[in-house]
Design a binder for this molecule. Structure first.
Ligand code: HEM
Length: 152
């Protein structure tokens, strides 16, 4: 049995906690992106229950988004406040500004999905195709930007 000194133990614990937080951050991103991609595909297939599927995704979306914000703040806490003068700090700022825009656009999308009728299936499917295609593309852009941030 190996005994670590207390400081070493604390370092290992905090690194594993940070790894767990990062894992949950990435899983949250996977739910958002994978879900948007699925709804987009379903809309392209013109499935009859597209509005119901989209509404289910909206619940998942906001749940996973809350998890991303919480774990994102955890990431920032674990890495220390990024200096806005550093390249990393600047990329974080760009990412957070884009996340803010994305939240506003997503709120508009969620409200629209909540109000949309099931009456004109073709127009509704086209709307879903565009809305979730745009959501998936924006998320891909955010992921690409986030990957630039990633510390090993
Ligand atoms: C308020 C919201 C958010 C905050 C504060 C935040 C913060 C962070 C930080 C600080 C990192 C860097 C970790 C590192 O350098 O090792 C990071 C990584 C990452 N973020 Fe976010 N993030 C947020 C939202 C999002 C969203 C919406 C997405 C999904 C598109 C996302 C996807 C990722 C990915 C894929 C990584 C790279 C994986 C990693 O390094 O662990 N984040 N985030």
């Amino acid at each position: 049995m190996t005994f670590f000194p207390a400081a070493e133990h604390a370092r290992v614990m905090s690194e594993s906690l940070h790894l767990a937080v990062r894992t949950v951050h990435v899983l949250g991103m996977a739910v958002l992106l994978g879900g948007a991609g699925l709804v987009w595909l379903a809309a392209r297939q013109r499935i009859a229950s597209i509005t119901a599927l989209a509404r289910t995704y909206e619940w998942l979306f906001w749940g996973a988004f809350g998890v991303l914000v919480a774990t994102g703040i955890g990431n920032l806490g674990a890495l220390g406040a990024p200096g806005p003068a550093t390249r990393w700090g600047q990329v974080v700022l760009v990412k957070l500004s884009l996340v803010a825009l994305f939240v506003v656009a997503s709120a508009v999308r969620t409200l629209a999905v909540a109000r949309i009728g099931d009456t004109a299936p073709v127009a509704v499917a086209t709307w879903h195709e565009r809305a979730y295609g745009a959501t998936a593309l924006s998320l891909l852009g955010l992921v690409a930007l986030a990957e630039v941030l990633a510390h090993g």
